[in-house]
Design a protein around this ligand. Structure first.
Ligand code: G3H
Ligand code: 13P
Ligand code: ZN
Length: 336
């Protein structure tokens, strides 16, 4: 089946009360890992590419790899989503390329670091909604800013500095008509999110619940949702890496989010850790090897394992069959 609308996938998830993982990719092996995990668990899937990923893989390579995924895994409803679009122009270029969903992250200025004004955010988001919906393409927006800048997106700090204001979130959805809304509840991108295991106090679940009550039909998105598992950190450190002790977002907290309107859960770091650990292990244990397949295969397998586990934990496993894709031109008519 062709690439599908993210709005359709998230509407289904809302009906079924489950969440859908959105996994970042930069290359063929990562796409293969996700598609294999989706097939094994019979899951619909969101594959997302950042601006960095698009430039690393040269856009058209990435797009054609995604077309190959839809040909080889026809039973899997698959979304291609732009992660953290920084301007209407970046979003437009993704729409033109064939992405079925885009994020306009107007919570930050185009530099991806500086928190913007409410008015700026509304202005850029509305522009993208108009262009995207005309083509049946989904729009995710963001209000409030995540912490951390280690991967180039975020306002810096611990993630507590720019939490989403629920009243503003409600107004923002009225002002922009976005399909999905990323909110800041204390998470940040990258491996170094928390210095101790976070509890209900550290992650602002009360803010999330308040937002969901105000905008129950808007799909909420949790960015920075890697759990940064200890066993994946340990493999890296055991084989010559040097990660400092750190904690991510516990899966149980994400599951509470899913019960309260979270439909899209962004995970990148966990897969980076899994692949890097597997590669380090091969290179350290068998230093005589030099065929990239010798370490890329275990790396792909390690990522597949993490993704499959998350698909089960988020509740999307088994749901691929229940989705009959609506062509984007039909979705465009529904928006109109
Ligand atoms: O939020 C960011 C994702 O982890 C992608 O990061 O810009 O390094 O590709 P990236
Ligand atoms: P992590 O760094 O927690 O994996 O978050 C990824 C993300 O939010 C991508 O947009
Ligand atoms: Zn993000």
């Amino acid at each position: 089946m062709p690439l599908v609308s993210m709005r359709q996938l998230l509407d289904e998830a809302a009906k079924g009360g489950y969440g859908v993982g959105a996994f970042n990719v930069n290359n063929m092996e990562q796409i293969q890992a996700i598609m294999e995990a989706a097939r094994e668990t019979e899951s619909p899937v969101i594959i997302q590419a950042s601006r960095g990923a698009r430039s690393y893989s040269q856009d058209r390579f990435l797009y054609h790899l995604m077309l190959a995924a839809t040909e080889l895994y026809p039973e899997i409803p698959t979304v291609l989503h732009l992660d953290h679009g920084n301007s209407p122009e970046t979003c437009q270029s993704a729409i033109d390329l064939g992405f079925t969903s885009v994020m306009m992250d107007g919570s930050l200025l185009a530099d991806g670091k500086t928190p913007s004004s409410y008015e700026y955010n509304v202005d850029v988001t509305r522009k993208v909604v108009a262009a995207a919906h005309a083509k049946g393409v989904t729009v995710e927006a963001e209000i409030g800013c995540l912490g951390g800048i280690e991967d180039g997106h975020g306002a810096g700090g611990s993630g507590m500095e720019h939490l989403t204001d629920p009243t503003q979130a409600e107004q923002f959805v009225k002002d922009t008509n976005c399909d999905a809304l990323a909110i800041a509840i204390g998470t940040s991108h990258g491996a170094y999110k928390f210095t101790r295991k976070p509890d209900g106090e550290v992650l602002k679940m009360d803010v999330l619940i308040d937002i969901h009550k105000r905008i129950p039909t808007t799909h909420l998105v949790m960015h920075g949702s890697s759990s940064v598992p200890k066993d994946l950190q340990d493999i890296i450190n055991q084989y010559g890496g040097s990660l400092k002790p750190t904690w991510g977002v516990p899966v149980e907290e994400i599951q509470i989010g899913i019960k309260n309107g979270v439909r899209k859960i962004n995970v990148d770091t966990d897969n980076r850790l899994a692949m890097t650990g597997a590669i380090r292990k091969v290179l350290m244990e068998t230093p005589e090897k030099f065929d990239p397949r010798d370490y890329m295969k275990p790396a792909r397998e390690a990522m597949k394992k993490v993704v499959a586990q998350r698909m089960v934990q988020f509740g999307q496993a088994g749901k691929a069959k229940s989705i009959t894709p609506i062509p984007l031109p039909e979705i465009a008519k529904l928006y109109a």
